[in-house]
Ligand binder design. Structure first.
Ligand code: HEM
Length: 461
């Protein structure tokens, strides 16, 4: 049987779904509140021709835009239309139920956030602007920013110049799912149906969920694509998660150095076990003894054959939890297990902020040891927030009973203290009182519409 090929309407998909704009090293994410819908719609109308699509391969600049549920309402979508979007999106990231799922409590509780929390101004839209250089970014911001009122800038999140590293000092941005019909091909076990990331296409269940379909009268101008006689506001759109995660880099390295008590090389070994890859990126299952620069981007590996018990890569390591690669019960390594894993993938599109202080990173920008906050503007894309982003965060990262562990949560990104277990022959190593190294300081759920859908939103009255 010939494999079904999906034809993705690339020119209607915002580019961030297809690529992380790795050539555009500078970025800024600007969060807006809509005060006057008419002014906001004028702005959107000027913005639409500037939007970067998945058909483009930008070398100089890129611009994308996404909206929260409140933003969609303020632009003029009626109650019924907003109600056709996913509940998680309508609820927002900070409803008590979602905070419980996400583990946003204590210092990471939304009431303490700098933006997006209940005490902060409402966020209606995020403008994502990228540039090849600082000049390109400034110039693009100047063009894309609203000029005529109607929207107020709430926060402008300036990213650090893109490098291959995250702040603890590890190679990041290695593993992504390949998206069928959209991104370059890769091994079948890592290739996921486009409907997992874009609305309006078949997903890993073979279904096209009925989300965000409007009665055709809602679109008299015929701006939106049609599906079964209805106007498809969701088609070519994706849900976007944005979270500001502050990383305590001195705290992390201070802790691993004390816990490993064997100097820098033992500390690096322990930190790598917590990540599941060495600082250079080599996965522990493939390079158990030491870092291996030739495996820095290696991503074609599994856990169930090489390392069923977590002797090489601990079961609690961040990358093993966030993508268990078919190693979970009841049938580790089976086709079924791989297939189930494909229902819980995300496209990661985050960028770092702040200056570097990791002992693994030579500092080029600023003196070390300053008090400035640093971390990750975590961004991910998915078609189903509950089944993808929230599931990974709740059932895999924050779950103390993960894959035979009973008291450990993710040692790298948990927002509460935890235990970390690394099996080794002949003893297992169990480190208790691992503090939290990451604090959430803001966040929101957005919808990144197809470009025709942005034009539709700009045309509402
Ligand atoms: C500040 C917080 C975080 C840091 C420092 C961090 C760091 C890393 C590093 C170093 C890698 C390995 C590089 C790679 O495979 O691309 C990685 C992979 C990954 N992370 Fe995180 N991460 C953070 C937060 C999160 C969160 C909140 C999630 C999801 C809810 C997440 C999901 C993933 C996934 C899915 C992978 C790829 C795993 C794989 O496919 O093997 N990360 N992260």
């Amino acid at each position: 049987v010939a494999a079904q090929t999906v034809s993705v309407e690339r020119a209607d998909v915002q580019g961030l779904v297809a690529r992380g704009y790795g050539r555009l090293k500078e970025a800024r994410f600007v969060l807006f509140r809509i005060d006057h819908p008419a002014g906001a719609r004028d702005w959107l109308n000027t913005l639409v021709p500037m939007l970067t699509s998945a058909a483009d391969e930008p070398e100089y600049r890129a611009v994308n835009i996404a909206f929260t549920a409140s933003g969609a309402r303020k632009l003029g979508l009626d109650h019924d239309a907003v109600g056709r979007f996913a509940l998680e999106f309508r609820d927002g990231m900070t409803s008590p139920h979602r905070s419980r799922i996400l583990g946003d409590r204590g210092d990471s509780g939304p009431e303490r956030w700098a933006w997006g929390g209940p005490g902060n101004p409402e966020i209606d839209a995020v403008l994502l602007v990228y540039g090849r250089s600082k000049v390109a970014l400034a110039e693009t911001l100047g063009r894309a920013a609203p000029r005529h009122g109607g929207v107020t800038e709430i926060v402008s999140l300036q990213t650090a110049t893109l490098t291959a590293l995250e702040h603890f000092g590890f190679h990041d941005g290695i593993s992504q799912p390949a998206v069928e019909g959209l991104t370059p091909r890769c091994a079948p076990a890592n290739t996921v149906k486009v409907g997992e990331f874009l609305l309006g296409y078949p997903n890993e269940y073979g279904l096209v969920p009925d989300r965000a379909l409007l009665d055709s009268q809602a679109d008299p101008g015929g701006l939106l694509p049609r599906r079964a006689g209805r106007a498809d506001l969701g088609r070519n759109g994706s849900y976007l998660v944005l979270r500001e995660l502050v990383q305590d880099v001195p705290g992390f390295w201070g802790f691993v150095e004390r816990a490993a008590s064997g100097g820098r090389s033992e500390a690096v070994r322990l930190a790598s076990k917590m990540v599941g890859r060495w600082p250079g990126g080599a996965p522990l299952v493939a390079a158990p003894e030491h870092d291996d620069p030739t495996l820095g981007d290696h991503n074609d590996f599994f856990y169930h054959l090489a390392d069923p018990h977590g002797l090489l890569c601990p079961k609690g390591a961040h990358v093993r939890r966030s993508n268990p690669r078919g190693s979970l019960a009841p049938e580790p390594g089976s086709d079924r297990s791989i297939a189930i894993g494909k229902r819980h993938r995300i496209l990661r599109r985050g960028r770092q902020f702040g200056t570097w202080v990791s002992p693994l990173v030579p500092d080029v920008d600023a003196p070390r040891g300053d008090d400035e906050a640093r971390g990750l503007y975590f961004i991910c894309l998915n078609a189903n927030l509950a089944r993808q982003f929230e599931f990974i965060q709740h059932t895999w990262l924050n779950n103390p009973k993960f894959d035979g562990l009973y008291d450990d949560t993710d040692p790298l990104v948990s927002t509460a203290s935890t235990t970390f277990t690394a099996l080794a022959e002949p003893f297992r190593e169990r480190i208790t009182g691992v503090p939290s190294f990451v604090t959430v300081r803001g966040g929101a759920y957005f919808f990144l519409p197809g470009i025709r859908a942005v034009r539709y939103l700009a045309s509402l009255e």
